[in-house]
Write a protein that binds this ligand. Structure first.
Ligand code: AMP
Length: 423
């Protein structure tokens, strides 16, 4: 008989792992909602062009990492590799910009797909949480978005992270910078990878995002964007820094932090992990302002800002930093029936308790007390409800505390409310 394994780079979530993902999502959603972000759910599949137009067709994501296929109607479809483009597509398609005077704030959470080499903290199916604030651009909004990520990490109890920020300037500053890079890289092309040669032709700024040449001194010595910022961009960035200072958010200005895509403008940022294991230096959150993306995808000329972070990495970090606290994996009650008729009554009692909001399990196979206690071990119940002939006839059940082993007899009809009061 054939036996199958999961696709490389994917994960099965069950037991405690799945509980952690659910807990994390619930915590994050709560904080995001307190910042005014509302949930947006977009499809997992999109027309491929949504990503080629936005992420850029010579980016690593588009050129090497997308799961793209032709559907039966001969359309090119892609499993989403990231969440910003789908949210912006939905924002435009549903005309959520209204009259153009409002700010729309969304968060999303769900699986993303990239054909990357699986390694620590890197999967082919991974889970991202992200926010997008679209329709306005100001240092105040940028900082509120950056702070929301900071607060999220703080609320999760994650420590040892560094915020790196930079400005990549407005469209004018970027065009000065692009010219400077063109001149600089023209002389240095020999020393760069094949992909960078192509990037040079399309947009030399993308060379700065190259993973292969990351440590190459040619990249390290390249002109820095800060020397090409115009007055407006310099002021914008200095305002962002001032606001972060005012809120005592520690940051490092990283002049090498860029987003090579044309639609990114002004503020870019990352939160980086500091630790003494393999997670050290890993970006756990990346974001930036996009002055031109909404327009690029066919919408009005409105800016937005957003970020995304990987939940899988957050789970590893919370594991490493031992920050989960106690995760309650117990159930409220396990109902034991000591003969076939009592088993039916056990099911009745279980369902009454479930209706009252309790988590209740039972053994479907056995009427033997010892066997049922054995079965219950996998569920870690707070209480046992025991029903035999005598309980059935008197409609008084025996309820036993699994910790201190004390026992009480109570009316069957009071069972759910008694457990609720005493759990
Ligand atoms: P990006 O969309 O590439 O800027 O990534 C944003 C965040 O998503 C990263 O900082 C990671 O936390 C997470 N991430 C990106 N790619 C992966 C992956 N292949 N596996 C797990 N997490 C990822």
């Amino acid at each position: 008989m054939a036996s199958y394994q999961k696709v490389k780079g994917t994960q099965d979530f069950f037991g405690l792992h799945s509980k952690k993902l659910r807990l994390l999502e619930a915590n994050i959603k709560k904080t995001a909602e307190s910042f005014g972000f509302q949930e947006m759910k977009t499809p997992i599949i999109e027309h491929t062009e949504v990503f080629t137009r936005s992420v850029g067709d010579d980016s690593d994501i588009v050129s090497k990492e997308m799961y793209t296929f032709e559907d039966r109607g001969h359309r090119s479809i892609t499993l989403r590799p990231e969440g910003t483009a789908p949210v912006v597509r939905a924002y435009i398609e549903n005309k959520l910009y209204g009259n153009g005077n409002s700010i729309s704030k969304y968060y999303y959470v769900g699986p993303m797909f990239r054909y990357e080499r699986p390694q620590a903290g890197r999967y082919r199916e991974f889970h991202q949480f992200g926010v997008e604030a679209i329709g306005h651009g100001s240092p105040l909004l940028d900082c509120d978005v950056i702070i929301s990520a900071y607060r999220l990490f703080q609320k999760l109890g994650i420590s040892h992270i560094t915020l790196k920020i930079n400005s990549i300037g407005d469209f004018e500053s970027r065009s000065y910078y692009r010219n400077a890079l063109e001149v600089y890289f023209k002389e240095q092309l020999e020393g760069l990878c094949g992909d960078c040669h192509r990037r040079y032709e399309k947009n030399p700024m993308r060379i700065l995002d190259c993973k292969v040449d990351k440590e190459n001194p040619i990249l390290k010595n390249a002109p820095k964007i800060k020397d090409y910022l115009n007055e407006a961009s310099r002021e914008y960035f200095s305002e962002v820094c001032k606001i972060l200072d005012r809120f005592q958010i520690k940051y490092v200005v990283d002049e090498g932090l860029v987003r090579g895509l044309d639609y990114y403008t002004d503020t870019v940022f990352e939160y980086i992990m500091e630790s003494d294991d393999e997670l050290n230096g890993l970006a756990i959150c990346a974001g930036g302002k996009y002055g031109g993306l909404v327009h690029e995808l066919g919408g009005p000329d409105l800016p937005g800002i957003g970020y995304a972070f990987g939940l899988d990495r957050i789970i590893s970090i919370l594991d490493t930093q031992n920050k989960w606290g106690t995760i309650d994996t117990s159930i409220d009650a396990f109902v034991i029936g000591l003969d076939p008729e009592s088993k039916l009554m056990a099911l009745e009692v279980a369902n009454e308790c479930r209706d009252a909001g309790l988590i209740v399990e039972l053994d479907y196979r056995s009427t033997i007390l010892k066997t049922q206690f054995k079965t219950s071990e996998a569920f870690n119940p707070k209480y046992f409800i025991i029903i035999g002939e005598e309980e059935r006839e008197s409609r008084m059940i025996t309820i036993k505390n699994s910790q201190n082993k004390t026992q009480e007899r109570i009316a069957m009809s009071m069972c759910a409310s008694w457990i609720k009061e005493n759990r």
